[in-house]
Design a protein around this ligand. Structure first.
Ligand code: ADP
Ligand code: ZN
Length: 813
C-alpha cells in the first residue's frame, strides 16, 4: 500500500499519514482528500514528498499496514499549487505551528469540502442481497431499505470497504454519489437572455402577435448581441415571465453565466489614471538596476530605502510592467487592507483586468472569485496583504513588499508568520526578484543589507526636489509648566493649525491611542477602574458612554461612583483620539474634522469613505491613530501634528524606539507631498530621546546605528535570534511554575548554546482572564533553539496547549 502525508486544518496537528487504497490513483501534492481523524471526517491537503515526515506528531508508524486508509480523493490535479503547499509546510516548521493551520491560511474560502461520497443500494442490489456473501453481503445489508450512507461511516465500521463498494458498483448493485453541500462551485451566476436565430429572424406579423412586454424585450435584445441579464430586463419593467414565454416560443434562450465578484472600486480607477511621469535620476537608476536583476530570473533580494515621497510606487510599477511583459507574475504586498484599494487602482490603471486583490477584508464570495481567477491563470498581478504571500500565482517573477518595516506583516495569532520573511523564502524558491521598500527599513532588513544579504538601493531625495517636512519638537514639560497640566494641543501646534485653516490647507493630527480618557480614578480612595479580565485600565469612550478594555473588549457603563468606596468624586485622566477630536472642534468651530481609528471604522468600507472625503478636501483636519500615518498620499496636507510622540516609548518592548522612530518619520512624510512645503509639530515629554532626535533630523542611518548598539548590548534581534514563549494559566503561580519547568529543561547542560531569560510575569500579566508568564530564548542558531523548545514541549502536552511560541516576535507584551 502507498502512504501519503496529509495536512488537516486542526490547530496544533502536524502532518498525518494515510494509506491510499488501491482503487485510487495517487493523489498529487496539493490535491484535497477526505480522511478520518478521530471520529470525524475532514478535508485535508496532500503534502509533497519533500515535506519532512518528522513534522508529523503521530506515533512513528512501523508499517503501512497500520495506517488508516483515506476515504476519498477529491481532486485529480493539485488544488493548491505544489509550491504553495511547500511554502506553508516551511511556515509550519519555522514558526512551530501545525502544518494544517499554515495550509488553511493559503486556502480560499469554501475549499474545505465537508461532503463525501455516499452509497445507495440499487434494485438489483436489493434483489441480490441474500445471494451475496461476506463483506459484500454486509455492505448491502447496511444499505438495504433505501438508506443512503456515507462511505466514511461505512469505512469506520469495516476495513477495506472502498474496494468492496467499488466492486459492487461495477456490478450495478450500488451507486456511489458525491453530493457536495452546495459549496463545491461557489461561483456566482446570473441568468442572461439572448435572441435565438428564430428570434433574430422573426417577421413583423409574428412579433405583432406577442404581448407588449414581449415585443419590448425583443427590441431590447436586438440591440444586445451578448444578451441581457434577467435583472437588467427587470429594470426595464420586463418581468421574467415574459422572457420565459419568449423562451418557450423558441425566440429566446436563457443561459447561466458566471460573473466575477469584483472588489474594485471602479470609480476610483478613473481618478488615479496617472499621467506618464519623467523619472527622477534616482528613480531611473533604481529601475535600471532592478530591471536588470529581474532579467536574471534567479533569486535576488533588494532593499529599496527611499525617503517618504521619493516615488517608490512609480518604481514598482515600471518594474512590474517589465516582469509582466517577460511572461511572469507579480505580487505586490501592502501592510494594511486600507492601502489595497489605492494600490490596486494604480496597478489596474496600468494592467487593466489582469489584476486581482487578496485580503481578508473581502467578502467570502469576492475572495473565492479572486483566488480562482488567479489559480486559473487569468491574472498577472496580485495586490494583497500578508496572506497574499500564499497566492496561487504561477511563474512568480517579482515580489514587492511595500512598507516592509510594518508590524502588520506579522500575524499575531497562529500561524505567527511574518509576511515579509515568508515572501523572501517564496522568492528564493521561485527564483524571483524580491524588493523590500521602505522609508524606515526594519532593523532586520537594514542589517541584512549591511551584511550583503540584500542589495541596498537608496533614494535620498523627494520627487520634484520637494523639501522634506520641517520638524518642530515641542517639549511638553515646558508646555505643562506654562499652560497648566491639562493642555492637549500645545501653543505651537494650535498656531500651526490656525494658519493651515486660514490658508485652506489640510492637517493630520496623530495620537496613537483611542478613546476619550484612558484612566478613571477615585479621588477619595485612589481606586482605578481596571478590566476584570486583563491587567490594564479601562478606556472611556464618551460617544458610546462606555468604559472599555482595548484587549478583550469588556465594557461597562462609565461609572458614576467608585466601586470600592462608593465616593462620587471620579476623575478621568489621560486622553485618546476621541478627546483630541473634541478639543480641535472646540478650538476651531469652523473646521471640518474627521477621525480614523478602530472605533470609527468598525463598518466595512468606513475608512475608505473617510479617507476619500479627506482626499476630496471635504475635511480640513483628520485625527487618527497610526492608521493615518501609513502610505497615504494627500498632496494638500501641509501640517502633521503628533500629540504624544512617546506613547509607545514607555512600553517594555525592545522595538519601542524603532516603532517611535518609524511612526514619526512616516507621519512627517505625510506632510508637504504637494507643491507647498510641509511641517510637522511633534509633542513629547522626552525631546532628547534618540528616536525622537533622529526622527526630527529624518536621519535613518544615525537612528539605525544607535539602535543597533542598543540591540547588541541587550542581545535583541537582529543581533540574536529570539523566541518568545508565553505560558497562560488560571493563576499567576501556575503560569510561573510551568514556565519555570520549560526554562529549566531548556537550560539543561550540553543542550545548546542559547540563553534562556526568565520566566517573569509578562508585561501584560493578565489577559482575557488568564495569567501569563514569559520567557525568552536567545541565541544564534534559530533552528536548534526551536527544535529544543518543541522537544521540551512535546514532553508536556498539557502545558503545550496553553503555551504560545512566537518565533521572531514583533511584540513581546
Ligand atoms: P513614496 O511611496 O516613496 O513615499 P510615492 O510613490 O507615493 O512616494 O510618490 C509620491 C508622489 O510623487 C506621488 O503622487 C507620485 O505620483 C509622484 N511621483 C512619483 N514619481 C514622480 C516623478 N518622477 N515626477 C513627479 N512626480 C512623481
Ligand atoms: Zn480586558
Amino acid at each position: 500500500m502507498r502512504a501519503i502525508a496529509v495536512a488537516v486544518p486542526v490547530p496544533g496537528i502536524g502532518a498525518l499519514t494515510y494509506a491510499v487504497p488501491d482503487e485510487f490513483p495517487d493523489p498529487p501534492a496539493g490535491a484535497r482528500v477526505l480522511v478520518p481523524v478521530g471520529n470525524r471526517t475532514l478535508t485535508g491537503i496532500v503534502l509533497s514528498a519533500a515535506v519532512d515526515p518528522r513534522t508529523s506528531n503521530l506515533e512513528p508508524q512501523t508499517s503501512t499496514l497500520d495506517l488508516k486508509p483515506l476515504i476519498d480523493v477529491l481532486d485529480a490535479e493539485a488544488f493548491l499549487p505544489e509550491d504553495v503547499v511547500d511554502l506553508a509546510a516551511w511556515v509550519a516548521d519555522y514558526y512551530a505551528c501545525g502544518v494544517g493551520e499554515a495550509i488553511a491560511t493559503a486556502m480560499p474560502p469554501r475549499a474545505w469540502v465537508e461532503s463525501e461520497r455516499h452509497a445507495a443500494i440499487t434494485e438489483a442490489g436489493e434483489a441480490r442481497l441474500l445471494t451475496e456473501r461476506g463483506a459484500r453481503r454486509e455492505a448491502l445489508e447496511q444499505l438495504s431499505g433505501g438508506r443512503i450512507v456515507s462511505v466514511g461511516s461505512l469505512a469506520r465500521r469495516a476495513k477495506g470497504i472502498q474496494g468492496v463498494l467499488a466492486g459492487l458498483e461495477a456490478d450495478g448493485l450500488v451507486t456511489l454519489t458525491r453530493p457536495l453541500k452546495g459549496n463545491a462551485d461557489a461561483s456566482r451566476t446570473i441568468r442572461v437572455a439572448m435572441l435565438t436565430a428564430q428570434g433574430t429572424e422573426a417577421v413583423d406579423e409574428e412579433v405583432a402577435r406577442l404581448g407588449a412586454r414581449q415585443q419590448q424585450a425583443l427590441d431590447l435584445l436586438r440591440g444586445a448581441p451578448d444578451g441581457l441579464s434577467i435583472a437588467a430586463l427587470a429594470d426595464e419593467d420586463i418581468p421574467s415571465e415574459s422572457i420565459s414565454r419568449l423562451a418557450r416560443l423558441g425566440l429566446v434562450t436563457i443561459e447561466r453565466r458566471r460573473v466575477e465578484r469584483m472588489p474594485f472600486d471602479t470609480a476610483s480607477d478613473r481618478i488615479t489614471r496617472m499621467p506618464v511621469i519623467a523619472l527622477t535620476e534616482e528613480q531611473q537608476a533604481a529601475v535600471g538596476a532592478l530591471v536588470e536583476r529581474a532579467s536574471r530570473r534567479t533569486y535576488h533580494a533588494a532593499l529599496l530605502h527611499g525617503v517618504t515621497g521619493s516615488g517608490k510606487t512609480e518604481i514598482y510599477l515600471r518594474l512590474a510592467r517589465e516582469v509582466q511583459q517577460s511572461g511572469r507574475g507579480v505580487l505586490l504586498m501592502v501592510p494594511e487592507i486600507a492601502l489595497t484599494p489605492a494600490a490596486a487602482a494604480i496597478f489596474r490603471a496600468a494592467f487593466g483586468q489582469r489584476v486581482a486583490i487578496q485580503h481578508s477584508g473581502l467578502s467570502d464570495g469576492e475572495r473565492y472569485d479572486q483566488w480562482h481567477r488567479i489559480r486559473r491563470g487569468d491574472v498577472d498581478v496580485v495586490v494583497g496583504t500578508r496572506s497574499a504571500v500564499f497566492t496561487p500565482l504561477a511563474r512568480l517573477g517579482l515580489i514587492v513588499v511595500d512598507e516592509e518595516h510594518d508590524g502588520s506583516y506579522k500575524q499575531e495569532e497562529s500561524p505567527r508568520y511574518h509576511g515579509r520573511d515568508v515572501a523572501v523564502v517564496r522568492a528564493r524558491s521561485a527564483g524571483a526578484l524580491i524588493v523590500l521598500g521602505s522609508a524606515t527599513p526594519s532593523l532586520e532588513s537594514y542589517h541584512n543589507a549591511q551584511n550583503g544579504r540584500y542589495e541596498l538601493i537608496a533614494l535620498k531625495r523627494r520627487v520634484l526636489d520637494r523639501p522634506m517636512a520641517d520638524v518642530t519638537i515641542v517639549d511638553m514639560r515646558a508646555e505643562y509648566a506654562s499652560e497648566g497640566p491639562d493642555v492637549i494641543l500645545s501653543a505651537p501646534l494650535r498656531d500651526a493649525l490656525t494658519s493651515r485653516l486660514d490658508r485652506q490647507e489640510q492637517a493630520i493630527v496623530l495620537l496613537n491611542r483611542r478613546g476619550f480618557a484612558t484612566v478613571v480614578f477615585c479621588r477619595q480612595c485612589g481606586e482605578t477602574f481596571e478590566c476584570p479580565n486583563c491587567s490594564v485600565s479601562l478606556t472611556v469612550h464618551k460617544a458610546a458612554g462606555r468604559a472599555r478594555c482595548h484587549y478583550c473588549n469588556y465594557s461597562m457603563a462609565v461609572p458614576r461612583a467608585c466601586a470600592k468606596c462608593l465616593g462620587p468624586y471620579l476623575e478621568q485622566l489621560g486622553f485618546g483620539t476621541e478627546r483630541v477630536e473634541a478639543e480641535i472642534r472646540a478650538l476651531f468651530p469652523g473646521a471640518r474634522v474627521g477621525r480614523v481609528d478602530r472605533d470609527t471604522i468598525r463598518r466595512r468600507g468606513a475608512i475608505a469613505g473617510l479617507l476619500a472625503r479627506f482626499a476630496a478636501r471635504e475635511l480640513d483636519v483628520l485625527v487618527g491613530t497610526q492608521m493615518i500615518a501609513k502610505g497615504h498620499d494627500f498632496p494638500r496636507v501641509t501640517l502633521v501634528g503628533v500629540i504624544s510622540a512617546d506613547v509607545g516609548l514607555g512600553l517594555a518592548d525592545f522595538r519601542a524606539a524603532e516603532r517611535t522612530f518609524q511612526l514619526l518619520t512616516q507621519v512627517a512624510g505625510r506632510s508637504g507631498r504637494g507643491e507647498i512645503a510641509g511641517q510637522a509639530v511633534v509633542q513629547t515629554l522626552y525631546p532628547n530621546h534618540y528616536s525622537i532626535r533622529h526622527a526630527r533630523q529624518q536621519d535613518y542611518t544615525a537612528f539605525y546605528e544607535d539602535e543597533l548598539k542598543f540591540r547588541r548590548a541587550m542581545r535583541y534581534p537582529p543581533a540574536v535570534a529570539l523566541i518568545n514563549v508565553v505560558v497562560k494559566s488560571k493563576t499567576r503561580q501556575a503560569a510561573m511554575q510551568d514556565a519555570e519547568a520549560i526554562a529549566v529543561a531548556l537550560r539543561a547542560p550540553g543542550l545548546g548554546t542559547w540563553t534562556v531569560l526568565g520566566p517573569a510575569p509578562a508585561p501584560l500579566g493578565r489577559l482575557k482572564g488568564e495569567h501569563r508568564a514569559q520567557l525568552f530564548v536567545k541565541g544564534t542558531h534559530r533552528t536548534s533553539m526551536r527544535k529544543a523548545l518543541l522537544t521540551v514541549l512535546e514532553g508536556m502536552p498539557e502545558v503545550r496547549r496553553r503555551t504560545i511560541v512566537d518565533v521572531d516576535p514583533m511584540s513581546v507584551l
